[in-house]
Design a protein around this ligand. Sequence first.
Ligand code: S3P
Length: 169
Amino acid sequence: MKSLNQNIVFIGFMGCGKSSIAKAVSQQTGCLFVDTDGLIEMSENKKIKDIFQENSEKYFRECEKKVFDFLLPTKNVCISVGGGFPIYINHSLKSLGVIVYLKKSFDAIISSLTQKDIDNRPLLKDIDRAKKIYESRIKLYEKQADVILDITHQDINEVCLDIVDKLKI
Ligand code: S3P
């Protein structure tokens, strides 16, 4: 296993492919892979959409903060974070590791998703509202990023190679 000596944190808008890419990079490097939504679903024993519906978005954001604290002492993990994670955590994500922003156009994201993918994401249900959220977040993602990759026209293998090259891993 290649020792990164830090985590790689993948940020980007909902549905841009963070989890698949983080998983692929983890396989390439032998690192662990975790997904913050996955940790929350396991810990709450509920799907994210049910947490939004039965608890609230505020409750979900509190879960994200607990996950942030949980991950702080970790190393050598490829971490895929929910699209709102960098926005609602009141700390720089840099304390978690090197931040890779996976940038993809809104239209490309939406056209790649199935109805099930959309139904699983409460903030994607209203497409006009989702576009506004997308536009309001771009600058914040860019501000947190150490590396920005425009993945709009790339497949997962190309993105993976780019990451390995840019991070020299
Ligand atoms: C959210 C993104 C989702 C999930 C939740 C809220 C957001 O994760 O955390 O539905 O605020 O952008 P993905 O980015 O994996 O879709």
